[in-house]
Design a protein around this ligand. Structure first.
Ligand SMILES: Nc1nc2c(ncn2[C@@H]2O[C@H](COP(=O)(O)OP(=O)(O)OP(=O)(O)O)[C@@H](O)[C@H]2O)c(=O)[nH]1
Ligand SMILES: [Mg+2]
Length: 452
C-alpha cells in the first residue's frame, strides 16, 4: 500500500543527548534528503552511512550529520526511509525537522511509522504491540517475553491455530455443499478431538497471560502475621533501611507500608501490613482489612510467626485465612525470633523457614524468595503470552465461539457449526491481522510515541 504523504519526525527523546535522529518515510524521502544536503539523489546508496552537511531552507548550515538511506521495500515501514543522525540537542533536531517539513514532508502522528509498517505487511499486529510494550518494559523478564513476540512466536502459534480451524471449517463446508448425509461419525469425532486440543492450547495461552501483569509490572510480596511478630523488622531488613517503625508495642503498624526492591533480577513490590487480630479500635480494624486485601493482591505471602512463643489463637486465625489461599498463592511460613528459644519449630501444611531479623543474616530467606520468583517466571517463559488486553479479549472470544460450536456439531446442525467456527477464525486472526481495522488501528497506533 503506497501512501502519497511523506512523513517526518524526531525519533529520539526530546532532551540533550549524544545524538538525535530524524526519520523520514515515504516516496519523497530521498528527494528531501537530496534537498537538505544539496547532493544529488544518486549520492545516497542504500544502507550506507554518509557524513554530510545539513542545510536549512535558506541554505544556512545547520549541522554535520550521518544520513542513512533505506530503500523500499527493505526498510522498517516498507517505504523509502531516510534517517538523519544529528548532534544531540533539542534545537538542532527541531531545525532539521522543520526543514524536512518545509521541503514537503508532513509531521508524523504518534505511531504512524509502525502503522505504515503494519499496512505494508512488514510487521503484524502482535509484533507492533510488542514494539509498543517493549518501549515501556519495566523488567528483564518483560523484555525477553516481548522480544520473543517481536520475533514472531505468538504470530506463528496463532497462525497454526487458525490453519487448524480453517481445516475443520473446510470439512464441514464440504459436507454442507455436497453430501446428502450428515457428517460421518468418525469425522465428527476427529473434529471434536481437534477442537478440544485447540481449546486447551488457547486456555494455556490465557493462563500464562494472566501472569502478564506480574511479569511486566513486577511481583508483589505481602508480609502478614499477628501483631509484634516482627513484620516491620523483616521489611526493614529486606530493604536495608528503616522504612517502617518497629517497637515492642503490639499494633505499631496501623496501615500498609509499601516499597520496591530487587531480588535477584526480579523487581518486587513488598508490603508490610498491620498485625491481624481481633480489635475494637476502628482505625486498627481498617488497617487489618487492608492487610487482608494485601494478601489477595500478592503473589507471594510471607506469613510471620514468633518462634519463641506458642501458637496463639490469633496465629491460628491467620492460618485459617492462609488455607483459603493455598491453591492460588505461594505461601512461605517464616518463623522469626529464632535467636530466642524455638517453641513452634514447624507449622505443617506450609513450607517453613527459620530466621531472626535481630541476629545473623536472612540471605537464606532471600534466596528462597528468588527461587520462587524464578520458578513462576520460568513456567510463563516456556509459552507465549498475550501482551495486551485486546489480544486477551480476542482469545477469550475465540474460545467462546469454539465452545458454542460443540452443540450444533453434535446435533448435525452444520450451518450453525460453520458459523461459530468462522467467527472463531475471525477472532483468532485479528490478533495478528484484524478484519475491520481502520478505526481500531488509529486508536492502537495512536498510543505509540512520536517517531515510532
Ligand atoms: N529477639 C528478637 N526480637 C525481634 C526479632 N524481630 C523483631 N523483634 C522485636 O519484636 C518487636 C516487634 O517487632 P515489629 O517489627 O514492630 O513487629 P510487627 O510484626 O511489625 O508488629 P505490628 O506492627 O505491631 O503488627 C520489636 O521489639 C522487635 O525489636 C527477632 O528476630 N528477634
Ligand atoms: Mg509492624
Amino acid at each position: 500500500m503506497v501512501s502519497l504523504e511523506t512523513i517526518s519526525a524526531i525519533a529520539t527523546p526530546h532532551g540533550i543527548g549524544a545524538i538525535s535522529i530524524i526519520r523520514i518515510s515515504g516516496i519523497n524521502a530521498l528527494n528531501i534528503a537530496s534537498k537538505i544536503t544539496k547532493k544529488d539523489k544518486s549520492f545516497f546508496s542504500p544502507r550506507e552511512a554518509k557524513l554530510i552537511t545539513i542545510y536549512n531552507i535558506n541554505d544556512k548550515k545547520i549541522d554535520k550529520a550521518i544520513v542513512i538511506y533505506f530503500k523500499a521495500p527493505n526498510s522498517f515501514t516498507g517505504e523509502d526511509i531516510i534517517e538523519i543522525q544529528t548532534h544531540g540537542g533539542i534545537v538542532v533536531a527541531k531545525m532539521v525537522l522543520v526543514t524536512t517539513l518545509k521541503f514537503g514532508a508532513r509531521l508524523a502522528r504518534g505511531g504512524e511509522f509502525s502503522q505504515r509498517a503494519f499496512l505494508n505487511n512488514k510487521i503484524d499486529l502482535s509484533e507492533a504491540e510488542a514494539i509498543s510494550e517493549l518501549i515501556n518494559a519495566k523488567s528483564e523478564e518483560a523484555v525477553f517475553q516481548l522480544s520473543k513476540q517481536l520475533h514472531g512466536s505468538l504470530k506463528i502459534e496463532v497462525e497454526n491455530i487458525r490453519e487448524e480451524l480453517l481445516e475443520i471449517l473446510a470439512h464441514s463446508e464440504v459436507v454442507i455443499d455436497y453430501a446428502e448425509d450428515d457428517l460421518p461419525k468418525d469425522v465428527e469425532n476427529n473434529i471434536l478431538i481437534k477442537l478440544n486440543e485447540i481449546s486447551e492450547k488457547l486456555k494455556i495461552l490465557l493462563k500464562y497471560s494472566q501472569m502478564r501483569n506480574r511479569i511486566f509490572d513486577g511481583f508483589k510480596i505481602a508480609i502478614i502475621g499477628r501483631p509484634n511478630v516482627g513484620k516491620s523488622s523483616l521489611l526493614n531488613k529486606l530493604l536495608n533501611y528503616d522504612r517502617a517503625i518497629v517497637s515492642e508495642i503490639a499494633g505499631t503498624t496501623r496501615d500498609r507500608v509499601e516499597d520496591y526492591l530487587f531480588i535477584g533480577t526480579h523487581s518486587v513490590k513488598i508490603v508490610d501490613t498491620a498485625g491481624i487480630r481481633e480489635s475494637k479500635d476502628q482505625i486498627e480494624q481498617i488497617g487489618i482489612a487492608r492487610s487482608i486485601e494485601a494478601i489477595e493482591e500478592a503473589d507471594i505471602i510471607l506469613a510471620i510467626f514468633d518462634n519463641s512463643q506458642e501458637l496463639s489463637q490469633e496465629d491460628q486465625n491467620i492460618l485459617n485465612i492462609l488455607n483459603k489461599f493455598k491453591e492460588s498463592k505461594k505461601i512461605l511460613v517464616v518463623l522469626n525470633k529464632s535467636d530466642l528459644k524455638h517453641t513452634i519449630n514447624n507449622i505443617n501444611m506450609f513450607e517453613n523457614i527459620n530466621i531472626s531479623t535481630k541476629k545473623g543474616s536472612i540471605q537464606h530467606l532471600i534466596d528462597k524468595i528468588e527461587e520462587i520468583l524464578s520458578s513462576i517466571n520460568n513456567s510463563a517463559e516456556s509459552g507465549n503470552i498475550l501482551s495486551s488486553t485486546r489480544q486477551i479479549d480476542e482469545v477469550e472470544k475465540t474460545l467462546q465461539e469454539i465452545e458454542n460450536s460443540f452443540e450444533p456439531l453434535k446435533n448435525g446442525e452444520l450451518e450453525f457449526f460453520s458459523f461459530h467456527i468462522n467467527e472463531a477464525i475471525e477472532r483468532i486472526s485479528s490478533i495478528s491481522r484484524p478484519f475491520h481495522h481502520s478505526e481500531m488501528l488509529d486508536k492502537m497506533f495512536g498510543n505509540f510515541c512520536l517517531g515510532k
